[in-house]
Write a protein that binds this ligand. Structure first.
Ligand SMILES: NC(=O)c1ccc[n+]([C@@H]2O[C@H](COP(=O)([O-])OP(=O)(O)OC[C@H]3O[C@@H](n4cnc5c(N)ncnc54)[C@H](OP(=O)(O)O)[C@@H]3O)[C@@H](O)[C@H]2O)c1
Length: 333
């Protein structure tokens, strides 16, 4: 278990009434070794929130209600960032829909139930832009949730995440606590999963170009047609937005977090190929599913609050490739 102790003190220490979180708070980052959780942990620490706590899935399996209850009873966090989830790309979701549905429902229910019982004052739940309807209007406003059929390749994951957002809203209504949900777009960055089969599109591309460069191959085959458009946000920007929302956002509706810009997958491939320094040819395997044709979030509510991302796609991809080179253990399969 990881604990970052700043100053000790009562969890009921007085705080200014306008303050939604304070540096005195004990903050439990669930999933603190994952891509998102580790970025949130780094960002919280950098902003002076130094009473942080986290446990790995082997120390605390969040699917086990009793273990979660014991953890909350023992540690009594004031604030929870729920960044633990079973996460994967199209193939993983399509192959294991029951696991994505069941594991994520259990993790959310156990954490939120225990958080409620143990007086957690503030909680941030993370959804995902892929849970909006397949043919949602573009850019996708928050109000598009539950207005149409889902993308079938990840419907198990989506139903679980939608249930999590509804759970936060129901708990707010019934218990009058300032818990919130956010809806991040596609993320990438340090800590990503670079597995060739089960990862998301950007890290999968990076890995394929890297392997082809190292093996001096002339062609790389990428999945799909290259025409779908997607939005990407560096995970450090997501972490900055998450801390910003913990400090400033207190509404029942989930709030989108994105860069506000989308790119064709074929253009993204060009960016990644340049960052890796691969000069071979790209073939598109059109027998693989494309998924939703376009996905761009309407981020006007977040930008209207005064937040905007700082890391461009080019800089972010280059930094991610440097991280990948420094962390060979991230090449899981
Ligand atoms: N990646 C994206 O593009 C993206 C986009 C939008 C939203 N999100 C959301 O962001 C959150 C985190 O995603 P991520 O990309 O950071 O995923 P990740 O890198 O796979 O990390 C997931 C984390 O969840 C933990 N976890 C999984 N199952 C667990 C269990 N049964 N018990 C305890 N911990 C468990 C893992 O812990 P261990 O490492 O200890 O096993 C890991 O730290 C998810 O809610 C996801 O929906 C991600």
């Amino acid at each position: 278990m990881d604990i970052s102790h700043g100053h000790e003190g009562s969890r009921y220490r007085a705080r200014a009434s306008s303050e939604l979180i304070s540096s005195d708070d004990m903050i439990y980052v669930a999933g603190h070794r994952g891509m998102v959780g580790s970025a949130v942990w780094r960002r919280l620490a950098a902003q002076g929130f130094d009473r942080l706590i986290g446990a790995t899935s082997s120390e605390l399996d969040l699917r086990r209600a009793e273990a979660v209850e014991e953890f909350f009873a023992a540690n009594k966090p004031d604030v929870v960032v729920l960044a633990a989830a079973k996460v994967g790309g199209i193939l993983a979701n399509a192959t294991y829909p029951a696991d994505f549905l069941s594991d994520n429902l259990r993790i959310q229910l156990n954490v939120m139930d225990a958080a409620l019982r143990h007086g957690v004052r503030r909680l941030l739940f993370l959804g995902s832009s892929c849970i909006y309807p397949k043919h949602a209007p573009q850019p996708i406003p928050e109000s598009a949730l539950l207005t149409g059929p889902l993308e079938q390749t990840n419907d198990g994951y989506a139903i679980a995440k939608i249930a999590g957002i509804m759970q936060v809203q129901a708990i707010r209504r019934q218990h009058n606590v300032p818990w919130i949900s956010a809806m991040p777009t596609n993320l990438y960055g340090p800590g990503d999963n670079f597995d060739l089969k089960f990862s998301h599109v950007l890290p999968a591309m990076l890995r394929k170009f890297h392997d082809a460069k190292v093996e001096a191959r002339h062609n790389v085959t990428l999945w799909g047609s290259g025409t779908p458009r997607r939005e990407f946000l560096h995970v450090d920007d997501l972490a900055a937005a998450s801390v910003f929302l913990l400090q400033h956002y207190n509404e029942a509706e989930h709030i989108n977090i994105g860069s506000g810009v989308d790119v064709a997958i074929s253009d993204l491939a060009g960016e990644v190929r340049d960052a890796v320094g691969y000069d071979g040819h790209i073939d598109w395997d059109v027998t693989m599913p494309d998924g939703t044709p376009r996905k761009l979030l309407d981020v006007s509510r977040l930008t209207g609050m005064g937040w905007k991302p700082e890391i461009s796609l080019g800089d972010g991809v280059a930094a991610t490739y440097r991280w990948f080179l420094d962390h060979p253990e991230a090449r899981r399969g």
